[in-house]
Design a protein around this ligand. Structure first.
Ligand code: GLY
Length: 339
């Protein structure tokens, strides 16, 4: 199935189909120099498959993990292209999760002021969310994604078969982002997840529904001036928890927890069993020192504008309110959920 993302001159298609990776040579033009960027946690055959179709392939493997989203790795990618004599007509393909996509996309946006970028996300989280919409970035001075660019891919190829090799906890972390989107934007999708005996049984439909939400949001608001903020539902407190947990919880697990303080009581009562069914955390106990660490991280978040944070609240599935909340208001909500 092809889902078109309409963004004027930056429009592109998302190819969503099982086996798409093995047809990558038909789906994108690899008859040129191609830098294939992957990480040490992704099965090597995925990047090798892409490389095998390229006229001239240059594979770069970065260390797995958020720590790779830095200027050193960015420079490694840029140096690889320069040393290999890449021109503006050559291409970059990311094969991996959000870190690989953000880093490779940013390198593609910068090299000679922009070369073609293709994203082949291999985690559920990047398939439903981060591979779509053109956000690319590195972390800097302890701030996540603070240096980056909006740079849309030329195509995104999503092959659900690759999820078979993904650790179950990582799959659950991706499901958190799909649940997030259903809560703000698609009450029927939320009900589908709520009523499913096995929430993972029809993962292709979950991916498709999440992609249609993301496509709509990005088409309405590519640069996050308004509506796109709803994709940050669960992320304000979630990022704070992620920093405080220092790697013990995955991003998607923190988003799952971060949604809880931002829901009405009624929605929270329905959300908790869905998170539990997905294998996501539903509880966290923060003592006063830990709460302080969470709130310090929330206040450092780049989205914490003067006068408060644009928080996304869900009072009923399929709807949202974007409301400026002060840090004490966020702290109070966090306390109610976790202290
Ligand atoms: N992952 C949030 C966004 O794409 O805006």
């Amino acid at each position: 199935m092809t889902i078109h993302v309409e963004l004027g001159v930056s429009s592109y298609d998302i190819e969503l189909s099982r086996g798409a990776l093995s047809r990558v040579g038909e789906l994108i033009n690899l008859n040129r120099k191609v830098m294939v960027v992957t990480d040490s946690g992704v099965p090597t055959e995925y990047a090798d498959t892409v490389a095998s179709f390229a006229k001239e392939a240059f594979k770069v493997v970065i260390p797995q993990g958020e720590e790779s989203k830095n200027f050193d790795c960015l420079q490694t990618l840029l140096a690889e292209m320069l040393d290999a004599g890449f021109t503006r007509k050559d291409a970059v393909v990311a094969v991996g999760g959000g870190v690989v996509g953000d880093l490779a996309g940013f390198a593609a946006s910068m090299y000679m002021r922009g070369v073609d970028f293709y994203n082949i996300p291999t985690t559920l989280l990047s398939q439903v969310d981060s591979s779509i919409g053109g956000k690319t970035a590195v972390d800097f001075h302890g701030y996540k994604n603070v240096i980056g660019a909006f740079y849309q891919p030329k195509k995104v190829i999503i092959d659900p078969n690759v999820l078979a090799t993904l650790d179950k906890r990582q799959v659950a972390a991706g499901m958190a982002e799909a649940i997030k989107m259903s809560l703000t934007s698609d009450a029927e999708m939320f009900a589908m997840l709520e009523n499913a005996d096995d929430i993972y049984a029809d993962i292709d439909t979950v991916i498709e529904k999440a992609l249609r939400i993301k496509k709509y949001v990005v088409e309405c608001d590519e640069k996050e001036a308004g509506l796109r903020k709803i994709l940050n539902f669960g992320h304000t407190v979630g990022h704070g928890i992620e920093t405080q947990q220092a790697g013990a919880l995955y991003h998607g697990e923190c988003v799952a927890l971060g949604m809880l303080p931002m829901c009405s009581d009624e929605v929270r009562a329905r959300l908790i069993p869905v998170l539990a069914k997905a294998g996501l955390p539903t509880e966290l106990v923060l003592d006063s020192a830990a709460l302080r660490e969470v709130m310090t991280a929330v206040s450092h978040d780049k989205k914490s504008a003067v006068g408060g944070v644009d928080a996304v609240l869900v009072h009923a599935p399929g709807s949202f309110e974007i409301k400026k909340l002060s840090l004490p208001e966020i702290e109070e909500k966090t306390k109610q959920s976790f202290c």
